[in-house]
Design a protein around this ligand. Structure first.
Ligand code: ADP
Ligand code: MG
Length: 413
């Protein structure tokens, strides 16, 4: 899906839209690597790694050799359980953490170094955090929160501060703006606070928003409004967004591409519908089996055993092998390569690897083979789709120009 031409960005950034698909095949790169590391990306991590030193116990392998490209004007979701390294990856993208190894590319060039470079980078790549209450200062009103970043970066050539404030609040659907400018964080609902946090990020006129679980602390009833706000920023302004979530249904609703993380690594990445309707990695299948499904009255538990492994001593080979119903000998010995299972769809699983060096027993898979079935898949379905696709996702896709009803949210928590 390409972003609609829209009316252009009110702040005049004039983002290009829909130019990147994340599936380009870069010369000299493996096709699988190229699928996640597209040359057209606005922002890209290449084999980025973060190990947190943990004294004598070694190091927490929070993110290991992750390559992920954020194409222009698209929403990329990272989905994974708690502790899988999602926030660490977001903080690496935001340059709030120094990578242990690996590289960040902005517009295909290494992220600018030095103080000035970091400042330019921070202005283009803004982060929105999970807890809007913690990220706003209770003693200051909305005007205060938005004025500083506007003055530093955001006032257009001839713009006045009042116009810029009004335009920002209108972009996040907090209207009438005069009313909201005077309000303090405690006077706002959770959704309104998150809108102020998003407005503050937008004030510096970024090209990329990194949204780390932006709705998971909000009431279910107001989550959709925030997701639609993000969808609108992509649709109307061509904003490039990284949406981080543990909820694969919301990723399917919002994102163009989904990357699934497990225990610090990327296990599968593809267009959102392909990940949710034709998942190929056993872990993605497990995640989907636990997603809410209106056709299944009983909530599914994550089958297989255990939880995300300790990242102090991650399992050898494939990190998912201790939980995987398909584990073979090779899985505990060698990490699986990312293999392209369909155009733009990569999966890091020995079931899909074109060559299995350690054992001849592993069957070679063709692209048109039905994907793997979890042995104890509660849906009991066999065939091309491992489980009923999210035919009735908890949300339906946003429509262009849909209103957000933000101003009508009751003040409260
Ligand atoms: P997620 O956002 O997916 O829940 P995180 O990125 O927050 O995962 O954490 C991944 C792993 O890294 C966890 O084991 C977490 O405890 C560890 N971790 C995160 N930040 C730090 C830190 N500053 N120091 C040490 N370990 C950390
Ligand atoms: Mg997190």
């Amino acid at each position: 899906m390409t972003a609609a031409a829209g009316h252009g960005s009110p702040d005049g950034t004039g983002m290009s839209t829909g130019t990147g698909t994340g599936t380009g095949t870069g010369a000299g790169m493996g096709t699988a690597a190229a699928a996640v590391a597209s040359r057209t990306a606005l922002l890209e991590a290449r084999e980025i790694t973060k190990h947190f030193p943990a004294g004598r116990r070694g190091a927490v392998h929070a993110v290991d050799s992750v390559s992920l490209a954020l194409p222009h004007g698209r929403i990329t979701a990272i989905v994974g359980e708690s502790g899988s390294g999602k926030s660490t990856l977001a903080r690496l993208f935001a340059r709030l953490l120094k990578p242990t190894s690996g590289q960040l590319l902005l517009d295909g060039r290494p992220a600018p170094a030095g103080r000035g470079g970091r400042r330019r980078y921070a202005q283009q790549v803004q982060m929105v955090l999970q807890d809007p209450f913690a990220s706003l200062n209770p003693v200051h009103d909305v005007r205060y929160h938005l004025t500083r970043p506007l003055k530093v970066h955001g006032l257009g050539p001839a713009g006045s501060l009042e116009e810029a404030l009004t335009s920002l609040l209108e972009r996040v659907a907090l209207t009438p703006p005069e009313r909201f400018l005077r309000m303090y964080p405690h006077e706002l609902s959770g959704g309104q606070r998150q809108r102020v946090a998003i407005a503050r990020a937008l004030a510096v006129r970024p090209r990329v928003l990194l949204a780390d679980e932006p709705v998971s602390m909000l009431d279910v009833s107001i989550r959709l409004g925030i997701l639609n706000l993000l969808a609108g920023l992509r649709e109307n302004e061509g904003m490039t967004i990284l949406y981080i979530t543990h909820d694969i249904a919301s990723a399917r609703y919002l994102a163009d591409e989904i990357a699934v993380m497990y225990a610090g690594g990327l296990v599968e990445s593809a267009p959102a519908v392909a990940v949710t309707d034709q998942p190929t990695h056993p872990y993605t299948q497990l995640l989907l089996s636990a997603a809410p499904d209106p056709d299944r009255p009983e909530p599914a538990v994550l089958s297989g055993s255990g939880a995300v492994p300790s990242l102090l001593a991650p399992p050898a080979g494939c990190r998912f092998h201790p939980r995987c119903p398909h584990a073979m000998d090779v899985c505990s010995q060698l990490p699986p390569p990312l293999a392209e299972v369909a155009p733009g769809h990569v999966s890091a699983c020995w079931l899909h690897a074109p060559k299995n060096p350690a054992t001849a027993a592993a069957p070679e898979r063709r692209n048109d083979d039905p994907p793997t079935q979890l042995a104890d898949d509660p849906s009991g379905q066999q065939g091309r789709q491992t489980r009923p696709a999210l035919r009735h996702p908890p949300f339906s896709r946003p429509r262009h120009g849909q209103s957000n009803e933000a101003g009508d949210e009751p003040a409260g928590h």
